[in-house]
Design a binder for this molecule. Structure first.
Ligand code: IVH
Length: 670
């Protein structure tokens, strides 16, 4: 059957639109459509591809979710070696570099391309006829690892180049990294899940890049900036580094916006100073700046020494670590009730800011590092924002220090805490009766990716809770300008702005609202999946646990948490309260999952079946929502009996299970 050309065209058009939106969102940081519109386009494409799987190509945006796991990475030999850079740690070394360039090039003054030195992992991307065909790590510089499947999941990297002229062959080199905010969010998530905490953004980026299972990489917020071209064929090559990077930018390959062109030593040092000053404000980490002779002919003239180009230099920033004293270890309570130990530090200046506390993540992390009150510690600004204790200087430990112990009561509300087996998180069990959890829940509700209520900060929320003006996020919608202006330090204008922002948040999307509810383990992605699947809030609320488990993206733990959340009457009242205040979103096509007749039932087959083969029996059971297992246990619901049953029958009898002969079984299936 031939495929109508309109379908092919539609698919191409959707792919192009989606990738353009990805570009606007990830590269330009300025989306032009709402999440709902984007999701709609994506679902339309996915549906067409499902109907015509033969039209799926590796560069379709639907393929960015990762493929099945590899056992090892293939080796890749680089066409030209991936070099490293010579480092400079002071002005003297920079001055000598500039002198060598001027002498070598017989020039009075040299034009340099200058750019941040990103702290991540180097990668080589190969595009043939505009399509991404290979991605490889640097490895030892000569041979790297083939991480193509992982790179395909990185949404900021185009799978297809766009622009008016596309080279027949292009090797782009650049840095895979993780933005500060993404890194912090990732570590928070890891800590909540009791999974590995990354020491810094570079480890997180490099680790994510080298996952054998690309579906794991797809979950990690990786970013990329290109900083060089390895090889270019099929088009005349630009003659300067700066033009080369502009050329990449035209092909929609992300490049660092903070790059520049400068003249001579003075220009280099000014740039170093400027980037050092703005470092804390930039969204990504850097460990220095890179200077490159701009003219490519001049670069060739300078050539290489050993494993580094002579025409380039990395000018490193001083390490962002400092030494200070732990004055206390206190406990913070978050919105899920998680107790986070925090080291209160003697104020110390690290990387441009004064640090007074550092997160210790959870009980196990404190014990692993063995941080104690009175210890001298090395403090580092991981991801440049959240300070962290890098290590304890045991030799400076005073006598009579005490090993840290997690409190048995919530420090905010005094109720008991609980740490479940297999979890690293200790939680206050008081739920929304604990003021700290209430504050956290409201902050989450108002946050940018949830209801996006601008100007409603932590201090204001705390004040509103302490004064008993609000108890839940629903009460926000009853606030009046006069209530706010009655608070300390609240000007009329700010009060108006906040009320306006609350009003504006009423027009939202179902996905945002589900995310805002703060259901345990329901992050942004799951909230989107749920919204897309159910199309309406009521369908979601009414779904039972087996129906929820039946959704491909939802696992058993998430299903349990969702069902538990909506089964609580105060959560339903909360939702009714918000709905009554006039919140609205566009509902999609409603979807009520039908519960299958044998949902949740477990079967064991024993003996030879006469009426149908075992495979057919298994298929029939699964079609009806049931499961077939190999051995009989207390959890088995039915044992189906064929001819010459084995010991399973005896066991089933001992356990008092329901035993079906083939006739009973057929009747049940009907
Ligand atoms: S140019 C010919 N530019 O630093 C030299 N490298 O120590 C190729 N890096 O492995 C590198 N930011 O991964 C260059 N703007 C930048 C960079 C950069 C980070 C990394 C790169 C390389 C290492 C060299």
């Amino acid at each position: 059957m031939s495929i109508p050309s309109e379908t092919i065209q539609k698919i191409q058009q959707l792919r192009q639109q989606i990738e353009q939106h990805n570009y606007n969102y990830y590269v330009l940081d300025s989306p032009t459509v709402s999440d709902a519109v984007f999701d709609h386009l994506f679902r339309e494409l996915a549906a067409l591809e499902e109907k015509h799987p033969e039209l799926i190509t590796p560069d379709s945006p639907t393929q960015r979710v990762g493929a099945s796991a590899l056992s090892t990475f293939k080796e890749v030999r680089h066409r030209s070696p991936m070099l490293s850079l010579n480092n400079a740690f002071d002005e003297q070394a920079v001055s000598e570099f500039d002198r060598r360039m001027r002498e070598g090039l017989e020039a009075d003054i040299v034009t340099y391309a200058v750019e941040p030195k990103l702290d991540g992992a180097a990668i080589s991307l190969i595009y043939e006829e505009g399509r991404l065909v290979q991605a490889a790590t640097r490895g030892d510089g000569t041979t790297g690892e083939d991480v193509t499947e992982n790179i395909r999941t990185v949404r900021i990297i185009p799978l297809k180049l766009s622009g008016t002229t596309i080279p027949s062959f292009l090797e782009v080199r650049g840095e895979i990294h993780m933005r500060k905010a993404d890194f912090i969010r990732l570590n928070q998530k890891q800590a909540e899940k009791g999974e590995k905490i990354f020491a810094n953004a570079r480890n997180a980026a490099a680790g994510s890049l080298r996952q054998l299972d690309s579906r794991m990489t797809a979950q990690r917020p990786l970013s990329f900036f290109a900083y060089a071209v390895g090889e270019l064929e099929g088009l005349p090559a630009p003659t300067t580094h700066d033009d080369m990077i502009d050329f990449l930018r035209q092909l929609k390959i992300p490049v660092c916006p903070e790059r520049n062109l400068v003249q001579g030593l003075k220009g280099l040092l000014e740039y170093y100073q400027k980037m050092g000053d703005s470092r804390a404000q930039l969204p990504y980490d850097m460990d220095g700046v890179v200077y490159k002779v701009n003219d490519l002919k001049q670069q060739t003239k300078m050539g290489f020494v050993a494993r580094a180009p002579r025409f380039a230099l990395a000018h490193k920033f001083p390490a962002e670590e400092a030494i200070t004293l732990v004055e206390d270890i206190t406990i913070q309570v978050g919105r899920t009730g998680a107790l986070t130990p925090v080291a209160r530090l003697k104020p110390v200046f690290v990387g441009g800011v004064t640090v007074t506390n550092a997160t210790l993540h959870n009980e196990d992390e404190v014990h692993r590092k063995d941080v104690r009150v009175g210890d001298t510690v090395r403090v580092r600004r991981a991801g440049d924002v959240i300070p962290e204790v890098a290590g304890v200087m045991i030799e400076n430990r005073p006598s009579r220090t005490q090993v840290f112990a997690m409190p048995q009561q919530c420090p905010v509300c005094g109720s008991n805490v609980l740490r479940l087996e297999n979890e690293s998180v200790t939680r206050c069990i008081n739920g929304l009766y604990c003021p700290a959890q209430r504050k956290g829940a409201i902050m989450h509700f108002a946050s940018r990716r949830a209801m996006n209520i601008d100007g409603l900060g932590e201090k204001l929320i705390a004040q509103l809770i302490n004064k008993k003006i609000i108890t839940t996020a629903a009460d926000l919608y009853d606030l009046k300008v006069s209530t706010l202006t009655a608070l300390e330090r609240m000007a009329e204008k700010s009060a108006h702005n906040i009320i306006d922002a609350i009003e504006k948040s009423k027009r939202t999307t179902l996905a945002r609202f589900i995310y805002a509810l703060g259901i345990r383990n329901v992050g942004e992605a799951t909230a989107k999946d749920l919204a897309a699947f159910f199309g309406s809030l009521d369908c979601l609320i009414n779904a039972d646990i087996t129906q929820l488990e039946g959704i491909p993206e939802v696992g058993p733990i998430v299903a349990k948490n969702i069902a538990a959340f909506f089964s609580e009457s105060h959560h339903r009242e909360f939702i009714d309260h918000i709905r009554a205040s006039g919140i609205s979103w566009e509902e999609g096509p409603q979807h009520i999952p039908h519960t299958l007749p044998l949902s949740g039932k477990t079967f064991v087959l024993t003996g030879t079946l006469q009426k149908m083969s075992r495979d057919t029996a298994k298929e029939e059971i699964e079609k009806a929502g049931g499961k077939v297992t190999g051995s009989v246990s207390k959890k088995t619901d039915y044992v189906v009996l064929g001819v010459d049953p084995g010991s399973k029958l005896e066991k089933a009898k001992t356990l008092g299970l329901t035993i079906l002969d083939e006739e009973d079984f057929s009747a049940l299936l009907k």
